[in-house]
Design a protein around this ligand. Sequence first.
Ligand code: PLP
Length: 440
Amino acid sequence: MVTQCIRDHLSCIRNQIEKNEIEAPPAMDDLLIVLTGLLEKSDKNSLQPVINLTGTILHTNLGRAVLPQNAIDAMSLVAASSSNLEYDLHSANRGDRDSHIEALIIELTGAEAATLVNNNAAAVLLVLNTLAVGRQVPVSRGELVEIGGSFRIPDIIKKSGSHLVEVGTTNRTHLTDYKNAINSDTALIMKVHTSNYHIQGFTKSVSEEALAELAKVSQLPLVIDLGSGTLIDLRKYDLPYEPTVKESISKGADIVTFSGDKLLGGPQAGIIAGSRDLIQAIKNNPLKRALRVDKMTIAALTETLKLYRDPDGLKDKLPTLRYMTRDLGEIRKMADSLLAPMSRIFGETVTVSIKEVHSQIGSGSFPADLLPSVAIALKPAKLKLAKSGADDEKSSNKQLRELTDNFRNLPRPVIGRINNGELLLDLRSLDNADLILSQL
Ligand SMILES: *Cc1c(COP(=O)(O)O)cnc(C)c1O
């Protein structure tokens, strides 16, 4: 690697000399500094921690939930040693990896049984492939959701080997629409939580209770894709209402699926909870093996779920909830503490100010609700050039882009968002302000 790096760099320098871009080779000491830098760069992992100041708490592109410390500890422990992942310590027989977490999911959701897969998309795929292959699945036209990054309900239904039957219209679906769609080929009734958008105006959708009743008389399972899925009523923390998994189960859902790394605040996982017979059939599907989770996920999710046994302590221990409920005064205080040092660092080149902004929860949770927050706003100072307005705007756009690039290229990249000619650093999810200052 060292040899190759030196060769590449020397050839680059020869090229520059040939083209008369430089006159002579750089001094040996300078060369060594550059080469050390290049080698360090090539040794750096592609996947690395970043500081998320985008204002989106659960940012899918930035890895969604930040894990609670007890989950991180549990992952390290199980990673550093052999474990009884699929080994029954009582009988010395082969065990089931779900057994370590199933009771906890049952306790928190009220379901009879549960299983775990790679993510919620895998959960939906596995449920449909188990219960509806070659048969029909009615879904309301108002619920044919696309989640970012190519997860679309119609496509996943198709890939599962079952057939989507669209019922109702985009804005209104009635119980009779489902009734009319049911025939001897129907495998189940599916409801999808429209987590990342709202339909407003002249609208109607069928409640979980009514669908459960229809499913029961039709002797069909009711499957609900809750998307985010929360285990507690978030109104307790002055957040908007989001249906809990327990509510869906108690209203009569036979299967619910939800993500581990959205509102739940844990590792990437898809949780499937529901009636014993159906869960057993799902576990028996050979695809389950292809979609199963590893020991670190089970360890992290177990610890995350255990925090839910103490809803009062949850706010302090679960980073996702801590960011969602963070006191505005605390965020403002952090902004105040950053303002003077940052102004000093940037001097005249960039105007630093404090701005009232709105954060969002993200990952399709509460799309219409925003949380008041505070950001550091950075605006490159206007160039004192007597040029036309268009050029002026072009150059200040360029400066803003450079500023954003520079933040993104820090050893611990800082990711903000651009708004109205400013780079906004929303401090809601910032844990350590010093980490920014020391890098600057
Ligand atoms: C997010 C979401 C999914 C996909 O979940 P992943 O855990 O990202 O795979 C599926 N359905 C709904 C309704 C969602 O909100």
